[in-house]
Design a protein around this ligand. Structure first.
Ligand code: OXD
Ligand code: MN
Length: 579
């Protein structure tokens, strides 16, 4: 895109929104320090106890605490291109609707222009973006989450690549006037009325997933809601990408520390915790980069047990959003093992049973602060994938781990992913919803076409990763988790790796390959043989019902559903009947 086009868009945006001044961000430390100082002065950031060097607390508006999917729209000209998975408006109508809200909305404020790069700055797979915002909080967060500033601008000025533009304003934060609009055909995002996370840091969900997924479809690659981790064993590192719905432990898995008995032999390297851009390499394998430069992670539940790496990276140079405070101004959240809450996330005295930190409270921190951050994450080419893992939060039915027979079955497995909802999006928590590839809120085009696109990689790649499905969240009748999770998930990853290296065989079942009982090491765990059997039991009636639910879900995508899926379902049904 020609740089003139971008300059004109910045001018037009300023004419529309009438800011007091316009500032092009250079991404420097000095600029960051200045923004922080301004926010400390106006009260939108609070400083924390000195033990937390360069850490700050931001309290968002209490009605603006999570992504708002019902106000998020994908607006290609043809409604069918958005699919039943997206809210849609005719692009002209959508522009008119939001432009009315943008009119003069920046009066008295500074308009910041943020050039940014998603992915290592010198990577051929990195992509460029430009966000305009009136929120200093967004500027500070974008500096941590992306490669922002001079170098990105230099690449943009060269004009050789596509640039995704995003116009953002907090406006008056009125939830009724909050819209997150995507125009994939124009590579454009317009977000108004929210200052929170994925609604406002446009590089993340809006650019790197919704718009990028539609670019990826056009250009033959994948933009996915996946962590990327390297598992090192005896000098060899295998990389896996894993898709889980929001707030289902991607960050914890990406930063896993092996249990004691494995610590000598295994080391997990973090490449990314939320987004993977996957392309076919010259060698016919799939390679992944993490387009982000930081983590915007869920804070509650983070502790020495669940994620020691995260805990140690967030005690300095971190922006906290919506956590509670102890009496001596240390950040506090549910699951923190020390201190006690004095002030809740809204800044009120903490009382009673209500959570002190908001369940979707977040930390923003540079990836480089993570002790397990992989040097390969900064490499130009990304990392080659040995396995892709899909995981949902299901208290019943889905086994601890199962491997797909082949790519086509694996894609079907990903497409049938479902999960109980969490606090990462507004709405009811704990309801089972279908969340194909954990991309339901993030796929920027018709999900039926997206599945076909996944299947089409078979024609492009010569050595595809194996595909697995995991479920750390199986419960017994009393609601108690059957599997310890966290670091012990390495025991499952070990099986995944052994399968990738063709070192163990597996049991052929209607739903895929299951581990032999002895191949998942449970030594030292409070997992009885009976529990283990339950973790891998196939509930025949449950699966038949699941197939019916899946078929009815797929039918909402009409003719867009790949025919290969019906064949998969038919095979599973027949094998369940016959087994
Ligand atoms: C996130 C999300 O913020 O998925 O990563 O909601
Ligand atoms: Mn996410």
């Amino acid at each position: 895109m020609h740089f003139n086009t971008i300059e004109n868009w910045v001018k037009e945006s300023a004419q529309l929104t009438s800011p007091a001044s316009v500032k092009w961000c250079d991404g420097s430390q000095q600029e960051y320090d200045h923004i922080i100082a301004t926010m400390l002065k106006d009260g939108s950031l609070l400083s924390l106890n000195d033990k937390y060097r360069n850490c700050y607390l931001h309290r968002s508006h209490p009605s603006d605490v999570a992504r708002t999917e019902q106000q998020t729209f994908v607006c290609p000209r043809d409604r069918d291109d958005a699919g039943p998975n997206n809210n849609w408006l005719d692009p002209q109508q959508a522009h008119a609707k939001v432009d009315a809200l943008f009119r003069n909305c920046m009066q008295g404020r500074t308009m910041y222009v943020i050039p940014y790069c998603m992915g290592p700055i010198d990577s051929p797979y990195a992509r460029l973006g430009m966000e305009i915002t009136d929120s200093p909080y967004v500027v500070a967060n974008m500096r941590i989450m992306t490669r922002m500033g001079e170098q990105a601008l230099a690449r943009i000025k060269r004009g050789e690549a596509e640039v995704v533009r995003g116009l953002h304003s907090v406006a008056d934060l009125d939830p009724q006037k909050r819209f997150i609009m995507h125009f994939p055909e124009e590579l454009l995002i317009k977000s108004v009325g929210s200052g929170y996370g994925g609604n406002a840091l446009l590089g993340k969900k809006c650019h790197a997933l919704r718009i990028a997924s539609s670019q990826a479809r056009r250009q033959g690659w994948l933009a996915e809601h996946m962590l990327i981790a390297g598992i090192e064993h005896r000098g060899e590192t295998h990389y896996v990408a894993a898709a889980f719905p929001s707030a289902c432990g991607k960050t914890n898995l990406a930063m896993l520390i092996p249990p004691d008995k494995y610590r000598q032999d295994y080391k997990v390297w973090t490449v990314g915790d939320d987004i993977a851009w996957i392309h076919v390499g010259d060698d016919g394998r799939l390679w992944a980069i993490n387009p982000e430069a930081g983590f915007f992670g869920v804070v509650p539940g983070t502790n020495e047990h669940s994620n020691p790496n995260a805990l140690s990276m967030i005690d300095h140079d971190t922006i906290y959003t919506n956590v509670a405070l102890t009496a001596d101004k240390e950040p506090w959240w549910e699951g923190k093992l020390s201190g006690k809450p004095h002030t809740n996330w809204k800044g009120e005295p903490h009382r009673g049973d209500a959570p002190a930190a908001h369940p979707n409270a977040r930390f923003t921190v540079a990836s480089k602060q993570c002790p397990s951050y992989s040097p390969a994450a900064e490499g130009k080419q990304g990392v080659p994938l040995s396995a892709i893992i899909f995981g949902g939060r299901r208290s019943t039915l889905n086994p601890l781990v199962v491997e797909a027979f082949d790519w086509s079955h694996g894609v079907y497995m990903g497409a049938t992913l479902s999960s109980e909802t969490t606090a990462a999006a507004t709405g009811k928590v704990g309801v089972v919803r279908r969340d194909p590839m954990a991309m339901l809120p993030f796929c920027g085009y018709n999900m039926g076409d997206y599945w076909s696109h996944w299947l089409s990689l078979q024609q492009q790649a010569t050595q595809l990763p194996r595909i697995f499905q995991v479920n750390w969240f199986r419960c017994d009748d009393s609601g108690k988790f059957l599997w310890p999770g966290f670091g012990d998930n390495l025991r499952v990853l070990q099986w995944v790796l052994n399968r990738c290296r063709n070192e163990v065989d597996a049991v052929n079942t209607p739903i895929g390959y299951l581990p032999n009982a002895t191949d998942i090491d449970c030594e030292g765990l409070d997992v009885s043989d009976a529990t283990k059997r339950e973790l891998f039991a196939i509930d025949r009636q449950g699966w038949q019902d699941e197939l019916t639910a899946i078929a009815s879900y797929f039918s909402t995508f009409g003719t867009h559903v790949p025919p290969a899926f019906a064949a998969q379902a038919q095979r599973i049904r027949t094998q369940l009947d016959n087994s």
